[in-house]
Design a protein around this ligand. Structure first.
Ligand code: PEP
Length: 254
C-alpha cells in the first residue's frame, strides 16, 4: 500500500512572528506543486500559529503545534489546549518530542493521554520515539522502542493509529549533526512497523506513516527517504532555512 510522504519542519523555540512571516512568504513562492506529492507540515512556536495559518491559507501546506496539554481546560498555567490550537487553524500537533521527554519529564503515559485527547479533538498527532546513544550502544534499541510504543500509543484504536504519524528520532542524532545511516534507520522503522502489526493489526502497520528525524539535511535526505519503511522526515535545524528545507522536500521520491 502506497503511503504518502510527509515532511515536518519543527522550528522548536525559534522565529518570532515577523521571522515566521518572512520565511513563509518566501517558502510559499517556491513550493510550486511539490505539496501534491508530499504532505508538508510547519510547526512554528505557539505565538506564530495564527499568523502562519493566515499566511498559508489557500496553500496545501499544513500547520501544527509543537506540544499541547492532556486536559481540555482548567488551572494549568502555561499550558495550551487542543481547542486553542485548532482555533488558530492548525491541524497537527507534535507529542513526546525527546526534548519534552528529557527537559520536561514527559512520560509515555502522559504522551498517550495527550494522543487520545488530540484524536478526540480532531488534531492529528505526530508522536516521537527514539533511543539514546547509551541505549543503542548497550543493545537496548528495540526494547526501548517497544516500551515507548506500548506506553505512548496506549488506548488508541487501530483507526486512530492509522491517522497518527510516528517519528523515529534517535536522540543521539537530534541536533548533533550525526545521522542514523539509511540501514540503521530502515532497521528501526521496520521494527516499529512490526510492532504496530502485533499491537494493532496488519492494516495499521501498512498504513501508518513513520518519519525519520535526526539531523536530516539536503545531503542525506535522498538515501533516507528511499528506504522502504521511511515515509518522510521530521526536520529540526534544517527547516529554519527555507532553501535547505525546500531542498530536503525535493528529495522525496516521486
Ligand atoms: C527534531 O527536532 O525533531 C530534529 C530532528 O532536529 P534536527 O533535525 O535538528 O536534528
Amino acid at each position: 500500500m502506497a503511503r504518502k510522504y510527509v515532511i515536518g519542519g519543527n522550528w522548536k523555540m525559534n522565529k518570532t512572528i515577523a521571522e515566521s512571516d518572512e520565511f513563509l512568504k518566501e517558502f510559499k513562492k517556491e513550493i510550486g506543486d511539490l505539496s501534491k506529492h508530499v504532505d508538508i507540515i510547519i510547526f512554528p512556536p505557539f505565538t506564530s500559529l495564527s499568523s502562519a495559518c493566515k499566511n498559508l491559507k489557500g496553500s496545501s501546506i499544513h500547520v501544527g503545534a509543537q506540544n499541547m496539554y492532556k486536559e481540555k481546560k482548567g488551572p494549568y498555567t502555561g499550558e495550551i489546549s487542543p481547542k486553542m490550537i485548532l482555533e488558530t487553524g492548525a491541524t497537527h500537533v507534535i507529542l513526546g518530542h525527546s526534548e519534552r521527554r528529557e527537559y520536561f519529564h514527559e512520560s509515555n503515559e502522559m504522551i498517550a493521554a495527550k494522543a487520545r485527547l488530540a484524536h478526540d479533538s480532531n488534531l492529528q498527532p505526530v508522536i516521537c520515539i527514539g533511543e539514546t546513544l547509551e541505549q543503542r550502544n548497550s543493545g537496548q534499541t528495540e526494547e526501548v522502542l517497544k516500551k515507548q510504543l506500548h506506553g505512548s500509543l496506549g488506548g488508541l484504536t487501530p483507526v486512530q493509529m492509522q491517522q497518527t504519524i510516528l517519528a523515529y528520532e534517535p536522540v543521539w542524532a537530534i541536533g548533533t549533526g550525526l545521522t542514523a545511516s539509511p540501514e540503521q534507520a530502515q532497521e528501526a522503522h521496520q521494527f516499529i512497523r512490526s510492532q504496530l502489526s502485533s499491537m494493532f493489526d496488519k492494516k495499521s502497520a501498512e498504513v501508518t506513516r513513520i518519519q525519520y528525524g535526526g539531523s536530516v539535511k539536503p545531503q542525506n535526505a535522498k538515501e533516507l527517504f528511499e528506504q522502504a519503511d521511511i515515509d518522510g522526515g521530521l526536520v529540526g535545524g534544517a527547516s529554519l532555512d527555507p532553501d535547505a528545507f525546500m531542498k530536503i522536500i525535493q528529495k522525496v521520491p516521486q
